[in-house]
Design a protein around this ligand. Structure first.
Ligand code: GDP
Length: 353
């Protein structure tokens, strides 16, 4: 039957090897010019470079990134969070497809704190977003899974910049509403969307208050079938809850919307909300100012992270910390004095090199 037409394993391996060889041959300048033309393969290849643990490769990635920088920034960056099962990937599939069909270029990425710890992933399931994944206007980058959460955040920010240089106008960044990652995503996006389930126990208990305060819009998912009544009720409750928060300095009043991603209902409304938010913050100058603040924030975070990494690598620092901790516990020195002694050891180590 058709078996003689399908490529065998050796042929497939050869194809992959050729493809890889081809990519390896591309110079940084070629990769850059291809990215600027919207070439997905070059974009993927460069993201792999910036994610690489190999210093030389990483350096090439950084070089390309630097050249692409003037062409980046022109997008709406949307953070999307919510507990596992709330419907994030189904929503992104639906919103992403809606936008891609409209002719917009959409990039999707994810920050997944679970993947660090368990090496498994709440978000990185390959079978998700099947339709969007193959759409010509969409680019989906699976979760970066190596390094600390800080390292993953850096790669995601750099991926955003590369995607923008490749012409992606809407960047959707997904994260799970647990732990620290949503704060990171909030600090790298313009608009923050919180997905909530209706009637899942006490309406306002599901998610930390801090996350609700960060939300520019709350979307109640799965508003279909028997859920419709509950969802509309939840919508009224969340609207009331949002009124209790102090007004945002960006002049935006957070919205609450109901959607059914499986029935593609309400998706257009969410897009209109994002657009009106973008228009507002562009016209009142908030978007540009906030992006500047974000860049400064990440610069400071990078300095802290690198100092900390340098500190941890200092010869004998662990022993020093242990012995000073003993003195601290014995009550012979204060915490401040202990910290100063440890830092003195670190600084000495630097000057002795
Ligand atoms: P995630 O963990 O937040 O990414 O959630 P998923 O998108 O994987 O969805 C979790 C489950 O909810 C899946 O079984 C989906 O089919 C279902 N689901 C997602 N969106 C809807 C919706 O709009 N309506 C209904 N009825 N089910 C949905």
């Amino acid at each position: 039957m058709s078996s003689n037409k399908s490529p065998n394993k050796a042929q497939i391996d050869r194809l992959i090897a050729n493809k890889k060889k081809h990519a390896d041959r591309l110079t940084p300048a070629e990769l850059t010019s291809r990215i600027l033309k919207g070439d997905k393969a070059a974009l993927s290849e460069t993201i792999t470079l910036i994610e690489s643990k190999n210093e030389a490769q990483n350096k090439i990635g950084q070089e390309i990134l630097k050249t692409c920088l003037p062409q980046s920034g022109k997008s709406v960056r949307v953070g999307i969070t919510g507990v596992p099962g709330v419907g994030k990937s189904t929503f992104i599939e639906s919103l992403g497809t809606y936008l891609a069909e409209m002719g917009k270029k959409v990039a999707v990425m994810a920050i997944d704190p679970s993947s660090e710890v368990s090496k498994g992933s709440i978000l990185g399931d390959k079978t998700r977003m099947n339709n969007l994944a193959v759409h010509q206007n969409a680019f989906i980058r699976p979760t970066a899974t190596s390094g600390s959460l800080g390292g993953v955040a850096r790669k995601t920010r750099e991926t955003i910049l590369l995607c923008e240089a490749a012409g992606y106008e809407i960047i959707l960044i997904e994260t799970v509403g647990v732990g620290q990652s949503e704060t990171e995503v909030h600090s790298m996006t313009d608009f923050f969307l919180l997905l909530m389930l209706a009637g899942a126990g006490d309406e306002l208990q599901g998610i930390k208050r801090g996350i609700m305060e960060m939300a520019d819009t709350i979307v109640i998912t799965k508003t279909d079938g028997e859920n419709i009544k509950k969802a509309n009720l939840a919508r009224a409750e969340y609207k009331n809850a949002l009124h209790l928060f102090p007004a945002s300095p960006n002049e935006w009043i957070p919205k609450v919307e109901t959607v059914s991603s499986t029935e593609n209902r309400g998706i257009d409304k969410v897009w209109r909300i994002i657009q009106s938010f973008d228009q507002l913050v562009v016209s009142n100058g908030w978007k540009a100012k906030e992006r500047e603040n974000q860049q400064v924030y990440w610069m400071n975070e990078s300095v802290k992270a690198q100092l900390l990494a340098d500190f941890s690598k200092t010869d004998g620092i662990q022993n020093e910390i242990e012995s000073i901790t003993k003195q601290l516990k014995a009550g012979t020195i204060t915490s401040y004095q202990a910290a100063n002694q440890i830092l003195a050891y670190y600084k000495n180590g630097k000057t002795n090199i």
